[in-house]
Design a protein around this ligand. Structure first.
Ligand code: AQP
Length: 327
């Protein structure tokens, strides 16, 4: 039997998982579990590269584990673990730091955006974030990494790090492919920037239906459509881009006809989206409730995940050290 290809992906414990994370990455992870040897990690060491509250971090890691498992990550079918429980990531990160030229790091879009927001606290950790991410991926010799579009630059950087290492010390790390999810770049409720935990423009997958409706009601639509009787343009409407994630083909055709023909108003369109979104989120919220009542299941999954991840990580790290001439 041929060996299954391996994937690695991660999510930050920086708040609830939002529908951008879900349709951009997590939904894809759940699908890929059937065909790949999957490693999924909650990247707490990435979360501390910006200002954060240490008192809140443990709960956030816990919430991320619950959210991901509720969304469908099954510890029987994948390895799910907390990044800091596998210290080999940071050790490989140091080795890779020593093959990475300084200049490339400052040019990363995420570094530029986050350092702009973090003005008072631009840490070396934030600058080195992509090297740690390269270590997260390369330590499992992952063949592919399923992410949203915002991470493609970091993935190209990871491939570059692998090339540099291989060029200097011998062919060792595969260059991982990028697997982009269905919602490659889900925009925030403001319609201006990508949906993001830190921008507070999101719909959380665990939020109650009423709370989601309260966020959707004022959300940005086609600005040119001032009155209900004005014909709208779905291609200019952020809510229509959300519909594409949850509404079946026939429903989409009805919305296009109703919007352009001004028979469906923006509020009606949002109500239909809300209804269809709840069909996806209701079972997730239900599973989350049930998992929260059995915390031992989540604790056991994370402990077993870290154990399995360490075995694989140790092997790669030992090989890399040997190639680098470390005794
Ligand atoms: N808006 C998005 N559309 C599609 N995919 C997205 N992802 C994130 N936002 C979107 C994908 O979700 C996965 C996990 O992301 P993350 O939590 O590691 O970090 P992030 O990309 O920085 O997400 P946020 O919400 O923007 O976090 P903050 O605000 O804390 O920095 C990744 O695969 C990502 O591509």
């Amino acid at each position: 039997m041929s060996k299954r290809k391996r994937i690695l992906s991660g999510i930050q414990p920086s708040g609830t998982i939002h529908i951008g994370n879900y349709f951009g990455a997590v939904e894809n992870w759940v699908r890929l579990m059937a065909d790949y040897d999957c490693f999924f990690t909650i990247v707490d060491l990435h979360a501390i590269t910006v200002t954060y509250d240490p008192a809140l971090l443990p709960q956030r890691v816990w919430d991320a584990a619950l959210d991901n498992m509720a969304a469908g990550l099954d510890p029987e079918k994948c390895t799910i673990f907390v990044q800091s429980h596998v210290p080999e990531h940071t050790e490989l990160c140091w080795l890779l730091t020593c093959v990475t030229p300084l200049g490339e790091l400052g040019r990363m879009t995420q570094f530029k955006e986050k350092s702009e927001r973090e003005r008072e606290n631009v840490t070396t950790g934030l600058l080195n974030y992509p090297i740690l991410m390269a270590a997260d991926v390369l330590i499992y010799k992952a063949d592919a990494v399923p992410v949203g579009e915002d991470q493609t630059q970091h993935l190209e950087f990871t491939r570059e790090v692998a090339r540099r290492f291989n060029g200097r010390f011998g062919d060792y790390f595969p260059e991982p492919a990028v697997l982009i999810g269905r919602g490659a770049r889900v925009m925030g409720l403001d319609g201006m920037s990508k949906m993001s935990k830190s921008l507070d423009n999101f719909i959380g997958i665990g939020e109650e239906p009423e709370a989601i409706w309260e966020k959707l009601r004022p959300a940005k639509t086609d600005e040119a459509r001032k009155r209900r009787s004005d014909p709208g343009n779905p291609d200019r409407c952020n809510i229509f881009s959300y519909h594409k994630l949850v509404t079946p083909e026939a429903g989409l055709r009805e919305i296009v006809a109703g919007c352009t023909g001004a028979t469906i108003g923006c509020i009606d369109c949002k109500k239909i989206f809300h209804r269809n979104l709840m069909k996806v989120l209701d079972p997730i919220r239900e599973r989350r409730r049930s998992l929260a009542e059995h915390p031992d299941r989540v604790r056991d999954a994370l402990a077993e995940g870290a154990r399995k991840a360490r075995l694989a990580a140790r092997e790669t790290l030992d090989g890399a050290k040997k190639l680098m001439g470390l005794l």
